[in-house]
Design a protein around this ligand. Structure first.
Ligand code: CTP
Length: 364
């Protein structure tokens, strides 16, 4: 954990993932700071280089040694509509009240920036030792169902399991999902989780019905072959895009790239092909991820052959060769190259001389 001398104060704490990761001996990507009291006042009093203040959330962004650091005030929150973003109740509450509103005990520890003392109100250390994910209160998943996906993410990342009470709370939420929820929040967690591309995650996602959180009409995709094979194949591509297509995440706000994968997979999904060259002609207009997905639900060998071999096949002849044959540059060129590519798919050993002969016979 990097110690920044300007940020050593008896009321300032590292909180959440950074404390968890330090105890687990893992590197942490981001450092969350929490000031017991008013963080904006703290930054002003300490004359820190403030670049942004957000009084309604009690947060302040400061610049130290060229690095932007966010400091939050301790706060309590409430959920006026379950599953949506919480609203701030009180800024400057006690540290324990701030930690209480969090997702799992393992993420509800604090470490004092001055003394280095670890504050553990909820036996988080025991849960870390016993590899358990335990929510802090019974409404945790109702307030924020994205925490169910977070649980899946942490279980894959650290090899932890839900404790039995948390597991029954999850089961009970999943059997009675409130679909009026913030899909924006869910998407962030689903993306991070699927990017881990783990067979353990996928199995739990399906077995425990967690996939139902993706939308009220969500179906389990019919995958050919084992989950292990799927995961190892997805590893060769962009995992998130593959899963977005596989689960058809149309409830989410999607980027252009995600929309393209989902819609192209939908277009391909039910297609069948009689020959390799027929498949080639179609596949080449689609992104690799959607071809892979077609393979996972239809005919994997053909998709694999395309991705590994067919898509690289090119005629040996080029534009200059066609000019030498006296064929003027124009639309006909692409027709000729398509024709040669198809012939090459049928016979990959086709030589340049044989290609020339084919062109002469057909076009001259
Ligand atoms: N948090 C929460 N409920 C959520 C998301 C976050 O209670 N739905 C709390 C947790 O205390 C978490 C902290 O906010 O530790 C910071 O959130 P985030 O940065 O998303 O999580 P990290 O625990 O830091 O996890 P990661 O390592 O994946 O960044």
């Amino acid at each position: 954990m990097r110690i920044i001398s300007e940020l050593q104060d008896k009321n300032l704490y590292y909180v959440g993932g950074v404390v968890r990761d330090e105890i687990l001996g893992l590197p942490s990507l981001d450092m969350d700071y929490c000031y017991e009291g008013d963080a904006i006042n703290f930054a002003r009093t300490k004359k820190l280089n403030i670049i942004k203040e957000n009084p309604s959330f009690g947060t302040v962004r400061v610049l130290i040694d060229g690095i932007e650091i966010d400091i939050a005030s301790t706060r309590t929150e409430c959920y006026p509509s379950p599953g949506h973003l919480p609203v701030v109740d009180k800024i400057g509450c006690s540290l324990i009240d701030d930690l209480k509103r969090r997702d799992f005990t393992i993420n509800a520890m604090a470490k004092n920036t001055l003394s280095g003392e670890i504050i553990d109100y909820f036996n988080s250390n025991d849960d870390l030792k016993n590899k358990k994910l335990r929510v802090l209160h019974n409404r945790s998943f109702i307030d924020d169902p994205s925490r169910i996906i977070r649980g899946l993410k942490f279980s894959a990342r650290f090899g932890f399991e839900l404790d039995s009470e948390t597991e029954s709370l999850q089961k009970s939420y999943i059997s009675n999902i409130n679909y009026d929820m913030s899909y924006h929040r869910i998407k962030k967690e689903v993306k991070e989780t699927f990017n881990l591309n783990s067979d353990k995650i996928l199995r739990k996602f399906i077995r425990d019905g967690i996939y139902k959180l993706l939308g009220d009409n969500q179906q389990v995709p019919l995958i050919k072959g084992s989950v292990e094979r799927l995961v190892s194949l997805i590893n060769l591509h962009n995992p998130w895009l593959c899963y977005a297509g596989l689960f058809n995440l149309s409830n989410f706000e999607l980027t252009k790239e995600e929309t393209e994968i989902i819609s192209s997979f939908k277009k391909l999904e039910n297609r069948t092909f009689d020959t390799e060259s027929e498949a080639y002609k179609i596949f080449r207009h689609f992104p690799d991820e959607s071809v892979l997905l077609w393979g996972l639900v239809r005919e994997y060998d053909l998709a694999y052959h395309y991705l590994k071999n067919l898509r690289k096949i090119k005629p040996s002849l080029n534009g200059n060769d066609l000019i030498k044959l006296g064929i003027e540059r124009g639309k006909l060129y692409s027709e000729i190259f398509d024709y040669l590519t198809e012939e090459k798919i049928k016979n990959p050993k086709l030589s340049k001389e044989e290609e020339l002969k084919l062109v002469v016979n057909k076009y001259l």
